[in-house]
Design a protein around this ligand. Structure first.
Ligand SMILES: NC(=O)c1ccc[n+]([C@@H]2O[C@H](COP(=O)([O-])OP(=O)(O)OC[C@H]3O[C@@H](n4cnc5c(N)ncnc54)[C@H](OP(=O)(O)O)[C@@H]3O)[C@@H](O)[C@H]2O)c1
Length: 266
């Protein structure tokens, strides 16, 4: 696969590392462009890919063009690349909030995949939700699927509207989890556990519970009931979560993220 990566920042590097780790492309067939010389030097040294500060140079002769710049830099990137992309090339954007119509119109290009990955992609445990325009061929869809699949799980959806919903759930989700870990560690320290021990206990409990829920095939509510004996310690804690309106709070948080995702796309 011949790939151009426009924007070699955090997410761009995660994609690059994943694609190379899965041998989907050879370093020599990947060109990375970025405005930061420091990023380019780092990526060249670490992955032996071709680097350039010029976006049009990176896309020339490539099959897939990955757009991984920040949303505010998209207009300048599109202005530079407009008219430089062949109809046979696939544009794969991971830019949060950037609608297919915006990308397609800004580049005057029909074959576009829009994806929403998340940060755990950096350790191969990402969740990417993606969709494609009608102009994207079966082979191109397969290529997009394998690139996103290299970073963890991927899910194709027909309707682009699901991407804003995914942004509020899997895109922002890692931060919700980090907040929960933070709060649990603070609470554990407050009742007397040493910070390192608290962190270890919390992380392993979260990871273990995540794996357990995934492998058991049971509904989360069922698992929760099974570990909650009447009158026991878990029941005492859950009563406080309920009193504090935990579920409603989570609903409000997700609705706010979803609203913001739609605003950013307009
Ligand atoms: N991080 C995540 O978990 C995540 C999840 C889902 C989607 N995304 C999306 O992924 C995209 C990249 O995020 P990120 O966290 O990787 O951002 P980032 O670390 O800031 O990476 C973007 C890179 O693009 C460079 N750049 C800026 N203007 C450019 C231009 N005109 N041409 C070429 N390169 C340019 C930036 O350089 P400077 O820093 O010098 O400006 C930076 O190195 C964003 O659109 C974000 O919405 C990220």
């Amino acid at each position: 696969m011949k790939i151009a990566l426009i924007g070699g920042g955090n997410m761009g590097e995660a994609m690059l590392a994943a694609v190379l780790a899965k041998s989907l492309a050879q370093p020599a067939s990947i060109s990375v462009s970025d405005v930061s010389r420091e990023r380019l030097d780092h990526l060249k040294k670490r992955y032996a890919v071709t680097v350039t500060p010029r976006n049009p140079e990176a896309v020339s002769g490539k099959e897939i063009i990955i757009l991984a710049v920040k949303p505010q830099n998209l207009p300048e990137v599109m202005a530079e690349l407009k008219g430089k992309i062949e109809s046979s090339q696939l544009v794969l954007s991971i830019i949060a909030g950037a609608k297919i119509n915006t990308i397609s119109g800004g580049l005057n290009h029909d074959a576009v995949v829009r994806a929403m990955p998340n940060t755990p992609a950096r350790v191969g445990e990402g969740m990417s939700v993606w969709t494609a325009t009608r102009a994207v061929t079966k082979e191109q869809k397969q290529a997009a699927k394998s690139i996103l699949g290299a970073m963890g799980k991927e899910l194709y959806v027909e309707d682009e509207a699901y991407l804003d919903m995914a942004t509020a759930v899997s895109g922002s989700g890692p931060a919700y989890f980090f907040l929960m870990v933070e709060a649990l560690v603070d609470a554990a320290v407050e009742i007397g556990l040493p910070p390192d021990t608290a962190q270890e206990l919390v992380l392993q409990t979260m990871l273990g519970s995540g794996k357990f829920i995934q492998s058991s095939g049971e509904a989360p509510a069922e698992l929760r009931k099974k570990v909650t004996s009447p009158g026991g310690t878990t029941a005492a804690a859950l009563r406080q979560f309920e009193k504090g309106g935990f579920s409603e709070l989570v609903r409000r948080a997700v609705r706010a993220a979803y609203k913001r995702a739609r605003e950013l796309g307009n």
